[in-house]
Design a protein around this ligand. Sequence first.
Ligand code: PXP
Length: 236
Amino acid sequence: MRLCVNIDHFATLREARGGLEPDPVTAAQICELHGAEGIVCHLREDRRHINDRDLRLLREMVKTKLDLEMAITDEILQIAVETLPELVTFVPEKRKELTTEAGLDVVKEAEKVAGAVRMMHQHDIEVSLFVDPVDAQIEAAAESEADVIEIHTGEFANARSEEEMLEQLERIKKAAAYARTLGLGVNAGHGLNYANMKYIRGIREIEEVSIGHALVARAIFVGLPKAVEDMVAAVR
Ligand code: PXP
């Protein structure tokens, strides 16, 4: 299982003052130096954290793998084609949300998703779809010809009892196995942290996890190198 670090929160902190620090591009380099195998950033339509300059520099600096999280809009699709990340992850996006709240509704938006997947494939960019662990969504993802799904682990991470957590874990396991039978690669993300990774890392089908908030929160106290190294250990 590979650790990909979502660096959006470094940019959120920078934007809190509207200045230059902390620089998410520097953060990406430190993450890679300390064992991250990919860097994830979300270029939102309102540019509330990562901006166009960050993405341009990240494309130049990231040596492992750049995963651009994005909504399916004409503007951001065009930027993806110009930037050529190794992977794009399509997510739903709402202006008022604090973070992505749910998976993409691939069933409802089948045509739009398939068109966007085709466009990315024409430029040799792999596509991941962020979906809830629901069979119909996984089937629709396979039909759209996406390469990978990222299973939304938010409900698992936010479970309020052990019973609910184990129920959600079971859903994730089944979804991961089902996606593999349909030929999809499997990633996972949202709300994963140093404590709950022990449940996720045992799921063989999951190749990559995308982790942001917990890692940045720990970095404030112990420093970014140690926060990344601790998460690499938790993932393995
Ligand atoms: N995966 C996706 C699709 C996301 O939108 C996010 C949040 O930006 C993450 C993973 C990382 O979630 P967290 O910050 O809770 O680790």
